[in-house]
Design a protein around this ligand. Structure first.
Ligand SMILES: [Mg+2]
Length: 262
């Protein structure tokens, strides 16, 4: 059932009441959450004001980015030191005192799928095959509408050949990932444990905008707070909403003010 959760910024007092006297641990998706979706991934740049707000927050509470992007790509786009980064949907984790990779044994399967996708999609204008260490993204935003089903069929065929991978779909993209019980939600739970943030004094807050973030909203249900960046009703396990990346940055600014006031 779809719904539109209350706004975390319009009802900021009720939101902070839900935090109470606990310290937030912030988990932030990047694309569609702090950076507006762009025609190509390299064009999805986080505004400087948003970067400044995240820098400010990172002095007030733990901050981690959790993204489908490749780890190095994510860290380069965020361009802030000393944060925790979870790339490839949480398969690839790195922080000041942290390094963990999940699914290393699936890299050869991903290599084979990557070659096959390049071979078969090479003739389709606008089809972009993007290799990450632990996933392959196939972007269809720039593919002509009549060709989009061809791309979809090709991705499914390649996934059938590589039985140890699975296909997921997002906004205008498909992804092949190791068929492991691992996702952004499990990555967030692992990070809470690794970073010593499991106690009652911490409340995990997760901001995300799409289906892959729903795994995190579900994983945190009952112990944390989920905020979905969304512009209309949708099926979501998040209990709060924000309209778009600009509003998400404004919300984080208010949260920083509130935390700084103590
Ligand atoms: Mg996103």
């Amino acid at each position: 059932m779809t719904h539109f959760p209350p706004s975390a910024i319009s009802e900021f007092d009720a939101f902070t009441a839900a935090i109470g006297d606990r310290t937030p641990a912030l988990f932030l998706d990047y694309d569609g959450t702090l950076a507006a979706i762009a025609p190509r991934p390299d064009l999805a740049v986080m505004p400087e004001e948003a970067r400044a707000v995240v820098r400010r927050l990172s002095a007030l509470c733990p901050v981690a980015f959790v993204s489908g992007r490749d780890l190095d790509d994510l860290a380069a786009m965020v361009a802030l030191d000393d944060l925790v980064f979870a790339g490839s949907h949480g398969f690839d984790l790195r922080g000041p005192d942290l390094r963990r990779q999940v699914g290393v044994e699936y890299v050869p399967d991903l290599d084979a799928a990557e070659r096959s996708l390049h071979d078969r999609l090479g003739g389709i204008a606008g089809a972009l095959v993007e290799r990450k260490r632990f996933a392959i993204a196939i972007h269809t935003r720039q593919v002509a509408p009549p060709e989009k089903p061809v791309v979809a069929d090709t991705v499914r065929a390649v996934a059938q050949e590589q039985a140890r991978l699975r296909v997921t779909g997002g906004k205008e993209l498909f992804e092949l990932r190791p068929n492991l019980p691992w996702d952004k939600g499990r990555a967030v739970l692992a990070l809470l444990e690794t970073l010593g943030l499991e106690g009652d004094g911490t409340v995990p807050i997760y901001l995300g905008d799409d289906e892959t973030d729903e795994d995190a909203f579900r994983a945190l249900a009952g112990r944390g707070i989920g905020i979905r960046v969304m512009d209309g009703a949708a099926e979501t396990a998040a209990t709060w909403s924000l309209r778009d990346p600009a509003e998400a940055a404004a919300f984080l600014g208010r949260l920083a003010d509130w935390l700084a006031e103590g």
